[in-house]
Design a protein around this ligand. Structure first.
Ligand SMILES: *Cc1c(COP(=O)(O)O)cnc(C)c1O
Length: 430
């Protein structure tokens, strides 16, 4: 029953991936705090290592608590298979690892989480992986950036710091035509607001740290594979289509079909890179994910009310929430995120840099932290924190001009949050 993915979202977020524990009857998924698993006999061990039988060997590869979370996220995203990772950033590296190699490139949206931009430029360079950044609203430029060495297209559904929705349908059509997988970071939308696979994505990555867990207790990530990409068609993905030297010459795609990418991510990715989620963290995430749809409804409802209130306030210069009719991306909401435009957006204050510093300091219910997607409302002033090292021009280009604050709207009472914003705006403008 827990594997019946025809069930509705609200049912899957509670049940998918989790049967009562076969050994004890425990109804909640136990925290399997163990490193290794006893083999029944030598034949059983051999079958597990040959991937002829599915089972646990060592917790760097799989662990029942972590596997339950991976199965649940996979069900919510409508994927064929998935794995969890130690962080969202680990998920990005591991998602691309089977596809990439020195001299190869990805085409990525310019609108990305700041840490992702740094990973794609600084870290990937040392692997010999190149990233070509393109404005994803310019579809001709996306097409033109793809060359024979391109192995993935990467974007976020709702891009950080908020206010931007990627036209996944347009981008996946380009990816399809080029025979290149589309990788979508769905952290800010969550599968409740958008299921990128339904818009043509090949792989979905997550920072489980954010809305999926929801309560700010866990650092974790996930990768979900649609199971739909033909890894053997072009000869460009030899890790999946040719004998894999890191796994005794197994041809993953031939042997495992739609589960090839997922098994590769476990048998080679997690085994050899070791970016593994721990069972305690997976347990907290399983607790959080049970209420994902309920929380997202409240996040979106609050964000809509607060964005409209801010936009009407004379102390505010601009609000970038796509749920507002004034947003240039408003027309994408109904198609890409029909249940709501998320709960992350930026606000430009008329009181400038100094006003933003005072505003952040004066807020009471909003916590000043470098995080998003918590049940608590959060605020950050990028110019004095995360984007401090950039020039004023670079900050403006990144949507983090000196007078801009980013809000991550929580699930508190909207009127309480508005009262808090109101008193802080008064102090900022004084
Ligand atoms: C936080 C975040 C990441 C990185 O995730 P970590 O769990 O912090 O490693 C990647 N992408 C987006 C959109 C994020 O919000």
């Amino acid at each position: 029953m827990s594997d019946d993915n025809t069930l509705a979202f609200d049912t899957l977020q509670v049940h998918a991936g989790a049967e009562p524990d076969p050994a004890t009857g425990a109804r909640q998924v136990p925290i399997y705090q163990t490193t290794a698993y006893v083999f029944r006999d030598a034949d059983h061990a051999a079958a597990l290592f040959n991937l002829q039988e599915v089972g646990n060997i060592y917790s760097r590869l799989t662990n029942p608590t972590v596997s339950a979370l991976a199965a649940r996220i996979t069900a919510l995203e409508g994927g064929a298979g998935g794995v969890c990772t130690s962080s969202g950033h680990a998920a990005q590296i591991m998602a691309l690892y089977p596809l990439m190699g020195p001299g190869l490139n990805i085409v990525a949206s310019t609108r990305l989480y700041g840490g992702t931009y740094t990973q794609f430029t600084q870290v990937f360079k040392r692997f010999g992986w190149e990233t070509k950044f393109v404005d994803f609203d310019d579809t001709a430029a996306v097409e033109a950036a793809i060359d024979d060495n391109t192995r993935a297209i990467f974007c976020e559904t709702i891009a950080n710091p908020g206010g931007y929705i990627t036209d996944l349908d347009a981008i996946s059509a380009i990816a399809d035509k080029a025979g290149v997988p589309l990788v979508v970071d769905n952290t800010s939308a969550t599968p409740y607001l958008c299921r990128p696979i339904e818009h043509g994505a090949t792989l979905v990555v997550h920072s489980v740290t954010k809305y999926l867990t929801g309560n700010g207790t866990v650092t974790g990530g996930a990768i979900v594979d649609s199971g739909k990409f033909d890894w053997s068609a072009s000869g460009k993905f030899p890790s999946l289509s040719e004998p894999e030297p890191a796994y005794h010459g197994l041809k993953f795609h031939e042997a495992l079909g739609p589960m090839a990418y997922t098994f590769y991510s476990i048998a080679v990715g997690l085994r050899d890179l070791g970016m593994t989620m721990n069972p305690q963290g997976a347990h907290y995430s399983l607790m959080g994910i049970e209420t994902l749809s309920l929380r997202m409804q409240k996040h979106v409802e609050n964000a809509g009310k607060i964005a409209a209130w801010l936009e009407a306030d004379p102390r505010v210069e601009a609000v970038t929430y796509p749920g507002l009719a004034s947003s240039p991306y408003h027309d994408r909401v109904a198609r890409i995120v029909p249940k709501g435009a998320g709960a992350l957006f930026t606000v430009a204050l008329k009181s400038g840099y100094e006003g933003c510093v005072k505003f952040v300091g004066a807020l009471d219910l909003f916590s000043h932290v470098a995080n998003l997607g918590d049940t608590r409302s959060l605020v950050i002033h990028p110019a004095s924190t995360t984007h401090r090292q950039l020039s004023a021009e670079q900050r403006a280009a990144a949507g983090a001009a000196d007078n801009v604050v980013r809000l991550s709207i929580g699930t508190e009472d909207a009127d309480d949050l508005i009262a808090d914003l109101d008193q802080a705006l008064a102090k900022a403008s004084a």
